[in-house]
Design a protein. Structure first.
Length: 78
C-alpha cells in the first residue's frame, strides 16, 4: 500500500487518535496532516498561476506536439 488517506475532524488540538489502521505493529509510517482550508487555498492559488501562465505570449506559441515531446522526454529522464 502506497498511501492511506482518512479525513477526521479535530476535537482536541492537543491529541488525535486514529483507530483500525491498515499497518502492522512496529511498522514505521509517515504522517502528513493538511487542513482542508489550506488544501483549498493551495489549489486555488495554483489555478490562478496556471491561468496567468497560460496567458503569456510564449505559452500561446507552444504546440500540442511540443508539449507531448516534453512530457515524453521528462518521463524518459532527459
Amino acid at each position: 500500500m502506497l498511501a492511506y488517506k482518512r479525513y477526521v475532524t479535530v476535537k482536541d488540538p492537543e491529541s488525535l487518535v486514529l483507530k483500525k489502521l491498515p499497518f502492522r505493529a512496529g511498522q514505521r509510517v509517515e504522517i502528513v496532516m493538511i487542513s482542508e482550508e489550506e488544501k483549498k487555498a493551495t489549489v486555488r492559488d495554483l489555478k490562478r498561476l496556471f491561468k496567468k501562465t497560460q496567458k503569456l505570449p510564449r505559452a500561446k506559441a507552444i504546440s500540442d506536439e511540443e508539449i507531448a515531446e516534453e512530457i515524453k522526454a521528462y518521463r524518459a529522464g532527459r
